[in-house]
Every structure is written in C-alpha cells, then in structure tokens.
Design a protein around this ligand. Structure first.
Ligand code: NOJ
Length: 553
C-alpha cells in the first residue's frame, strides 16, 4: 500500500477529510444514482484536490428509506452502489493515491428489512428475537396508544405498531428516526458482538477509521420513561447516557488492536462542551465533529467564543479538535453565509429567505482559510469545493428526505444539500450520469440539478484561476506546505480590532480573518502566503469578509 512517509502518525489529528455522499457523487451506470464505480472514475479529482481521507456515507445494502442510514446488511454493498469487490477495489485504489478511507457505522438502529428485525416481527412477544429491539405493549384498553409519548427526530411518534400474522394489532417498536429504522437494544450482548464484528469486517478490508452515526443515542433507560422537553444529559433517557461510553471503549480497544491503529470519529451533537469531551477521553473516540462551529453565525465574537471553547474542551482530554462547515444534513454554508441570519439550526433551515450568494461565496472562501488555519482536523462536504449552494426549489413531489414527508413539508428537509454534483457540460446531468449518443441520460438524476450550475462544473472551474475549485486546491496545498506551523497545538490570539480574528500558529505564521465591513490593517509581516479574495491582495490591509495567511519573521 503506497503511503506518505508519516503513515503511522496520528493522522486524524490534522487530516483534511472529504465526505463522499455516494448517491450524489458520480453515477457510472446511468441509473441516476451515484455509485462506487463513479467514485473510482473520479478518485483523481479527490487526490488533486489535496485531501487526506475520504469518509463515505453508508454504502451498505439498504432499502434507502433514509438514504442508506437504514442498513439492512453491513457486509454487503447496496446493489445501486456496486458490490463488495468494487468497494475493496475502491479502497485499494484510494490507498494507492494516499487517501485514507472512513466508513460510516450506524449503531443506534438498523433497517426494518434487516434480517434481525424481520425475525423479531415474525416472533411472538417476549421472544429472544424481539429483545434485540425495543418492543413494548401499547397503553390504553387495547394497547392502541404507543408505550410513551416520545417523538421521532424526523417528526411524528417514535413508535410504530406491528400486526400479528392474522392481521390483529400487536406490540409497538421504538424508532427515534423513521419507522423504517428500528432502534437496537444495546443491553443485549448480541447487539454489541455484532457491531464489533462489523468493525472488524471493515477494518480487515482496509478501512482506516469509522464515522459513528448518532453516537450519543444508542444507550436507553430501559424503563423508557417520559421526560420533560427541557431534560438534558445525564437526566435524559436516550441522549448521552453515561452507559453509552462503554460501547466506544470496546470499539477503541478493537481499533487499537490494528496496525496501524484505526480511528473512531463520532457524530456527537451536544450543547455542553464538557459532556462532548467525555467521548474523546483517551480510551474512547479519537475525534468528533464540532457542530458548535458549524452552527455558529459568521460573526467575529461568536466565532472567537466557539473557537476558544473548542480548544479548551479538547485540551482537557488531549484530543484534536475538528472543524466542519457543511455535511449532508445541513444547509450548505455558501447559502447560510449569504443570509441576514448566518447561523444554522435544525429548526431553522430558512429556505426561501433572501440570500446573497456572491456574499455567501466570499465568506465561504474566508471561512475555509480560517478553519484550515486552526489546530485540528478539517472536514469538507462534497460540492463545497465547487461553491455549490443549497438547492431550494426542488418540487415537493421529487423530494426524498423522510423529514420532509414526516413533517408534511413543514421542515423542508435535507435534499437541497444532496443534489448530484456537476462534473462537466452545459446542462443537467452535467456529467454526473453518462449520456447516450443522442445526448440523453438513461435515467433522470435522483434529485434534479439546477440549470444555474452551468459554469460551476469541475470542468469549468479547473480552468479558471478565480474559481472556488482552484481556491480550494491552493488552500489545501498551502496547508500542506505550512504543515510545520499548522500541525500541533500551538495557538495564540493576537491583539486586533474586535471584528477581526487574528492568531499565531507556530513561529512566523499568522492568520487574519476580517469579519468587519471595512478594510482592516494587517499586522507586521514579511509575506502574504495566501488570501481568500480573488485578485491581488493589498500588502497592508485585509478586505472585508477576507482571510489571509501571513509569514511574520
Ligand atoms: C445522522 C445522519 O447524519 C443522518 O443523515 C441520519 O438521518 C441520522 N443520523 C439517522 O441515522
């Protein structure tokens, strides 16, 4: 396996990791859905971009009720994406290009088409097969009410009732997400053994790490109690219970048993930085996504606070921070940063509000250089290197996200950030799917692409020195060039106007981000290493919504 010289270092501490959302990356077979052969065709794009690792959203066999986060079989690849041999070939080819691979593991739930759940539904109440999930009798005279009033994250009740073979109503099962995603009972040792085996399965196939989905949720209070809407951990029956940590301690032991050690990366949405940091203790996960940073508005004081809180929380446990601006669940940040309210919250997708994409793009460029200069690892979501914006005008009948359907459209859902990538050409499918000689695709893309993406394709952007793609490549190359300053923990805020974030990383390296509306003076420096605005940067000042990296001697 070809690897860079530092193959055995703790790469997760400083890597730039690119999230591949397989459905929307590239479609080689023309069914309108991305696939692993499509990824293989474009691996060079990722290597040339300059990232260190690829995280794949789930590629396993799945009915796709939640775009693959409903796993029916972890040891098979979904036929829409390819097969196991294709995944193994992809891993080998990525490794040969120096790219590490992270696969997604979803411990909280499986698909309702998973063999275990089918067996559980077919079994009688009280059977061993049902104990792998949370089956309970209903309340009310005929059990017609769910066992409690818990609500699904996706809207509606968190319980669905099953029927007996004769059609009569039976028990209810818990699903914190869609009904097609029954929650597993982690108190049952078989659930633990199976997931540990799944980890080994993918580590044995060369996966360099796992991203752990909904990592705060698998452990439940077995009495399934009602709880107040403002309940917070540790007094919450399923968010961040103290007993969830034993799962990750076992996983860490498995990951550490490999040579080189494999990485555990958690999806940990928690407001309390101290509770968050508990997942990063030295015998648990290596890193976790920093959603406070993603949620933060483009505001100097809010960003300063979140950066400092992040550094403090991680320093306490000796873990490396992560910086993330977009993923497959949130509004793309070019759009967020172009609005009057630049923060993000699940309840606040703000579709339809006025958006200045030119401003959002300028800020997104500044935000990249700011984040790449902070200590820790950086996550990119596919398409941000093209400056793609949220697609807000997908017709209701083409929307796929269960959030949209389960909230009757009140929450528009996540389809707008999942639209297939534009690779080339002047009109949809923009090279995402192959075209016939008549210029037609064999099937429409699974979500429609905006015609306004003409001019934003990879092909267009790679020839344009001012494009987002050229900027991302340059920024990632600069991060590698200045690795001696940017790796490690060294970080010191510099005195500056309160609307400017200025900090030093290592001797001779300074980052200055101007979030004010006026030009701001630069601190003394000998060279401007890279800047986020197009055109030649001024020697003495930094423009509004612009970040520069400086050499100071
Ligand atoms: C978090 C994932 O990122 C999201 O896409 C998914 O719907 C939920 N977990 C449930 O698996």
């Amino acid at each position: 396996m070809a690897r860079s010289a530092d193959a055995h270092d703790e790469w997760w501490r400083h890597a730039v990791i690119y999230q591949v959302y397989p459905r929307s990356f590239a479609d080689a077979d023309g069914d309108g859905i991305g696939d692993l052969a499509g990824v293989r065709q474009h691996l060079r794009h990722l290597a040339e971009l300059g990232v260190d690792a690829l995280w794949f959203s789930p590629w396993y066999a799945s009915p796709q009720a939640d775009a693959g986060y409903d796993v029916a079989d972890y040891r098979r690849i979904d036929p829409a994406f390819g097969d196991l041999a294709e995944a193994e070939a992809l891993i080998a080819e990525a490794h040969a290009l120096g790219l590490r691979i992270i696969v997604d593991i979803v411990p909280n739930h499986v698909s309702d088409q998973h063999a275990w759940f089918k067996e559980a539904v077919a079994a009688a109440p009280g059977a061993e097969a049902r104990d792998l999930f949370w089956f309970r009798p209903g309340r009310g005279p005929d059990g017609e009410l769910p066992p409690n009033t818990w609500q699904s994250v996706f809207g509606g009740p968190a319980w669905t009732r099953v029927t007996h073979p004769d059609g009569s109503p039976g028990e209810w099962y818990l699903h914190l997400f869609a009904p097609e995603q029954p929650d597993l009972n982690w108190n049952n040792p078989k659930v633990r053994e199976e997931h540990e085996d799944v980890l080994r399965f993918w580590f044995d196939r060369g996966a360099d790490g796992v991203r752990i989905d909904s990592a705060t949720m698998p452990a439940k209070d077995p009495s399934l109690p009602e709880f107040a809407p403002d309940a917070t951990p540790p007094d919450h029956p399923y968010i961040d219970r103290d007993d969830v940590h034993s799962i990750y301690r076992s996983w860490r032991a498995i990951a550490s048993g490999y040579e080189p050690a494999r990485a555990l990366i958690g999806e940990v949405w928690l407001a309390d930085p101290d509770r968050f940091a508990r997942y990063l203790r030295s015998d648990e996960m290596h890193t976790a996504f920093n959603f406070d940073y993603l949620n933060s508005p483009w505001d100097p004081s809010a960003l300063r606070t979140v950066i400092q809180d992040t550094l403090d929380a991680h320093a306490g446990v000796g873990a490396a921070p992560t910086w993330v601006l977009s993923n497959h669940d949130v509004t793309r940040h070019v759009t967020r940063y172009g609005r009057a309210d630049t923060s993000y919250g699940h309840a606040l997708r703000q579709h339809g509000t006025p958006t200045d994409l030119v401003l959002g793009t300028r800020r997104a460029r500044a935000a990249l250089l700011l984040a790449l200069a902070l200590p820790g690892a950086h996550y990119l979501y596919q398409g941000e290197e093209l400056g793609l914006w949220e697609v807000e005008d997908i017709p209701a009948h083409l929307r796929q996200d269960p959030i949209f359907h389960r909230t009757a459209g009140q929450d528009v859902g996540r389809d707008g950030c999942r639209v297939p990538l534009p690779w080339s050409g002047e009109e949809p499918p923009f090279g995402f799917s192959p075209t016939t000689t008549a210029g037609r695709t064999t099937a429409p893309t699974w979500l429609p692409q905006p015609t306004a993406w003409a001019g934003h394709t990879v092909q267009d952007q790679q020839a344009d020195p001012d494009s987002m793609l050229t900027f991302y490549r340059g920024a990632l190359a600069a991060r590698r060039r200045h690795a001696s300053s940017l790796r490690g923990d060294s970080f010191r805020w510099l005195d500056a106007d309160p609307r400017v974030l200025a900090f030093q990383r290592g001797p001779g390296f300074v980052c200055v981000a101007n979030l004010s509306t006026a030009e701001q003076p630069l601190p003394p420096h000998s060279d401007i290493l890279v800047g986020s605005a197009t055109g030649t940067p001024s020697r003495d000042t930094v423009a509004p919504d612009t970040t520069v990296w400086l050499r100071t001697d």
